[in-house]
Write a protein that binds this ligand. Structure first.
Ligand code: BGC
Length: 926
């Protein structure tokens, strides 16, 4: 009997609903939207034809058959008539100006060339239609940040020209922003379009979601998860953002609206939490009570307009300034209503614990160093539909400062710098600076004092992990059997594209060597994330709305339900953890990976992450929350040091993770590439042991980011420093191509031999890894306990053929010849095989090919070569090429495991041998 049903129709419907509920309507003069039934619409902007379903890099590489774009959805719509003539003009132009994918991984430009418009074309369109829709798009991604230049954060000249001409000719213009993250919005004032809506990157159902909002089927109910200010310089982090080596977090806890509401309200164009509906609402606090440990508010939301809609009620606290200084607003709760009909009202009952309103004293100015405290004074509770319009709903007094939680100093900075501190100025505050409290406890002292004893080596006693799983022996007895060498192997994850797990995924971990497998340790699998499953061999998966879009729904139950589907999809693909959600804070709008992350606010971020983790947990799989922590810029991400106060870490940059762990039950976490306060996070004891495990009670695994570096404090980092990693209790190094041979030359064995890292510390990581495996589906599968029909999939049968299974792997020596004579070269067919490179280097591929004897002379025969699903080149011969011809292609630098796919677009070709040959030496990147 199936435990799980992955209903693809339901999956699509949920993703579509999320995409729709994420749309944030910023402006809607004279009821420009919704589009009236039967109205004709002219669509401008080339991105209407391409649609960014997500950003680039690991967070966006989901192979889908088709992502529904905005124009696709409009073309299918029965209610909205499309100006087909204009659409055809764009289609013809795009043929001549194809989408620029950039050269290689993560190199896609953040924007595309826009089609220039003539006054005549726009005027003609205006005569034929009631409304113009202008689509503007941006992508972004790993390894590069956005820049405050045209084509990135700013509009290009061609885009501005398009807005100018369209807004000049049409009375009604709706601008849709298909972007991963907020962009400059000053152009709204310049061109004054009658409607503006952020539609984000909504995954494969994104265009359908947008259509539902355009035609009013889903009234807009998304709210901004960030503050939109006038200029990029208005964001207080901009000044220090983007340095290659060091990034001072001088704005401290004053990130996003915490800064703007406290110091610079007038700089805000659209406040945090803002978003219009097609109707209007009245939010009234009916009752407010202070209880011993919490406050309670009864809120009535009434639809006062003429159409149906949902509203989001947001609750903010304004804590007294005290000695610490506080932002004047902090989000502490939010809830979305059901859809209310005109005139209908509903009651929301919201409770917030006072403890959650406490602030962290990192320097002792309240008299309680390293404590969360509620400082004495008046706490105001503000309730409303965005941070600026939220009205005072009630107050409570704290007579004397109360300690909420006594903690231990951790992660504090060692570098002297100053941070913001509010200074009363008239009715408001201005920025003053204070010195940041510095570290007084060395993490190394904690490591040494808290070292756990080694479990003496017992040799192989014949016990299997199943004996622990089924409660026959203790974990200690089991782990005693592992030699130092085994322990060194178990902390090495293998990848990418390890043949030991689901093809095309990011890593295998656990029983990655023969010896470990003999002890009955299964091999767990993780895959990128976050916007769906990335399988580089080409297997199709479902592409989900991006992180920012999820945040803007402010709808936890809906997001949780969507992620139940994701969980089942992971289970179907034998993946134990998705590498996501990404939950770094949107510290600055230019961060290249903001699209993967949720918000500038840690509470919204944490609760949305918890909803995703809980959802995936339904199918007993999970997500890996990342990147822990302060991964707030992509430029020089491997080397940059974030210099942050302990207070800002605890209240802002760690808070989302804390919520995901404590409320969401997250049990897998990924550290970052860079350093925080001088210690690279992958080897940062305070981060992954003192705070994460000892304070929050986390009992899962911690993994590095892929090929991340670790350091001894004060020394240069290196990826070989696994001893430092293990000592900190970051359990897994991701990734090496072969654990048994220590392909990455890590220093584990030397660390143990020299006593720098103990056997006990390795055993502690092995324990975490084994426990993770025991709570994952792989354990029962390994033991043959999972029934075959554990999960059924309903619908979308035509996608099933794209599931790549039973891949043959070839080990590639310096020069390897593979027989391709049996390959089916019929049109539409593809041949996929794996290659495992023995040694890194520059490789070339050549293949012998000829036309079939009966192929017509003039036929053009082609075979495309993909590596890890990326097109590397196309070989072409003619029907007249009846003799064997050799064609070759440079594969570039290759190491580890990869997939080669040969795709035949026309029948009539024969293959003979395919040779992969090392053509050059190059240094390993580490
Ligand atoms: C990214 C991670 C990702 C990993 C595996 C890294 O480049 O930073 O977020 O999960 O690659 O693809």
């Amino acid at each position: 009997m199936a435990n799980y049903t992955l209903d693809m129709e339901k999956y699509c419907a949920l993703a579509r609903q999320v995409a729709a509920e994420s749309c944030v309507l910023l402006k809607n003069d004279n009821h420009t939207l919704p589009v009236r039934k039967g109205n004709r619409v002219s669509v401008f902007g080339r991105i209407a034809l391409h649609y960014y379903k997500s950003g680039t890099g690991s967070g966006g590489l989901v192979n889908v058959k088709r992502a529904i774009g905005i124009l696709d959805a409009l073309e299918e719509s029965e209610d909205i008539l499309l100006n087909e003539k204009l659409a055809d003009v764009y289609k013809a132009w795009v043929k001549e100006h194809p989408f620029d994918k950039g050269a290689g991984w993560g190199q896609e430009p953040w924007s595309q060339e826009e089609m220039p418009l003539t006054e005549e074309l726009v005027a003609e369109a205006a005569r034929e239609s009631e409304l113009a829709i202008v689509v503007i798009g941006r992508t972004a991604g790993e390894d590069q940040d956005a820049k405050a230049i045209p084509g990135s954060y700013l509009l290009t000249e061609a885009e501005e020209d398009m807005l100018k001409k369209v807004c000049g000719a049409f009375e009604k213009v709706a601008v849709l922003l298909n972007v991963g993250n907020i962009i400059d919005m000053k152009w709204v004032e310049r061109y004054n379009p009658s409607a503006v809506m952020y539609v984000w990157q909504g995954g494969q159902e994104g265009g359908n979601g947008v259509l539902d909002v355009l035609n009013g089927k889903v009234p807009p109910c998304g709210k901004l998860s960030d503050t939109i200010a006038g200029d990029i310089e208005d964001y207080p982090s901009t000044k220090n953002f983007g340095d290659a080596k060091e990034n001072l977090y001088q704005e401290d806890i004053y990130v996003g609206y915490r800064y703007f509401e406290t110091f610079a309200k007038d700089k805000v164009l659209y406040p945090f939490g803002y978003g219009l509906s097609y109707t209007s609402f009245q939010i009234k606090t009916m009752d407010f009570k202070e209880k011993e440990e919490e406050i309670y508010a009864k809120v009535e939301v009434k639809n006062t307009g003429a159409s149906a809609g949902k509203e989001v009620v947001q609750l903010y606290v304004s804590a007294p300034q005290g000695a610490l200084g506080k932002p004047v607003r902090e989000l502490k709760a939010y809830e979305k209503t059901k859809e209310l009909e005109p005139g209908e009202a509903c009651i929301l009952k919201i409770s917030v614990s006072k403890a959650d309103m406490a602030s962290y004293d990192d320097g002792g100015c309240t008299g309680y160093k390293s404590c969360y405290v509620l400082e004495a004074g008046t706490y105001g509770i503000y309730i409303g539909a965005d941070v600026q319009s939220a009205a005072l709903a009630g107050e409570f007094e704290v007579k004397e400062t109360v300690i909420i939680n006594q903690l231990e100093e951790a992660m504090a900075p060692v570098l002297e710098f100053s941070r913001f501190h509010p200074q009363a100025d008239g009715a408001g505050y201005r920025v003053d600076y204070e010195a940041v409290p510095l570290r007084t406890i060395s993490p190394m002292d904690k490591i040494v004092k808290r070292r756990q004893a080694d479990i003496p080596y017992s040799g192989d006693q014949g016990y299997q992990l199943a004996d622990v799983y089924e409660n026959r022996i203790s974990m200690e007895t089991f782990l005693a059997q592992l030699s130092d060498e085994d322990l060194a192997c178990i902390v090495r994850g293998e990848g990418m594209c390890s043949p030991k797990v689901t093809p095309g995924t990011a890593a295998a971990f656990g029983g990655v060597t023969d010896r470990l497998k003999k002890f009955g340790i299964p091999v767990g699998c993780c895959a990128d994330g976050p916007s769906g499953i990335r399988m580089d061999c080409g297997t199709r998966a479902f592409s989900l709305p991006n992180g920012t879009a999820l945040g803007c729904t402010y709808n936890m139950p809906l997001v949780e339900e969507l992620y139940q589907m994701e969980g089942m999809e992971l289970r179907k693909n034998k993946i134990d953890t998705l590498l996501g959600p990404g939950i770094n804070i949107h510290r600055n709008p230019l961060n290249g990976r903001n699209f993967e992350y949720i918000s500038e606010d840690p509470y919204l971020t944490g609760t949305m992450a918890a909803a995703q983790i809980k959802g995936m947990g339904y199918a007993k799989v999970t997500g890996t929350i990342k990147h822990y922590t302060a991964n707030n810029q992509e430029f020089h991400r491997h080397d940059c040091n974030s210099v942050v106060s302990e207070r800002a870490l605890r209240e802002i940059y760690l808070k989302g993770f804390e919520i995901a762990v404590k409320d969401g039950g997250a049990y897998s976490i990924m550290t970052t590439y860079g350093a925080v306060n001088g210690i690279w996070t992958a080897g940062n004891y305070d981060l992954v042991t003192a705070i994460l495990r000892d304070e929050w009670g986390f009992d899962g695994i911690v993994m590095t980011d892929w090929w991340a570096k670790m350091n001894e404090e004060g020394q240069e980092p290196a990826i070989q420093n696994t001893g430092v990693m293990v000592r900190a209790q970051n359990d897994l190094f991701m990734v090496t191509s072969d654990s048994a041979s220590n392909a990455t030359h890590d220093n584990s064995m030397e660390s143990i031999a020299e006593g720098k890292t103990t056997r006990g510390e390795y055993q502690r990581c092995a324990d975490n890894i084994c426990r993770m495996l025991m709570r994952s589906p792989v354990m029962d599968r390994f033991l043959g306990k999972t029934p075959e029909d554990d999960l059924v999939v309903i619908g979308n049968e035509d996608d099933a053929d794209e599931e790549v299974q039973n891949i043959v792997y070839h080990v590639i020596e310096k020069d390897t010849t593979l027989d391709m004579s049996k390959v089916n070269t019929e049109r539409g067919n593809s041949e996929i095989f794996g290659i495992q490179m023995k040694e890194p280097g520059i490789y070339g591929l050549c293949v012998n090919m000829r036309a079939d004897a009966d192929a017509p002379e003039l036929s053009q025969l082609s075979m495309s070569v993909f590596v890890d699903n990326q097109l590397k080149g196309t070989f072409q011969i003619n029907g007249s090429d009846k003799e064997w011809t050799k064609q070759s292609l440079d594969l570039g630098f290759v190491m580890g495991n990869h997939y080669i796919k040969l795709y035949f677009s026309v029948s009539g070709m024969q293959l003979d041998v395919l040779k992969i040959e090392k053509i050059g030496e190059t240094k390993m990147p580490f």
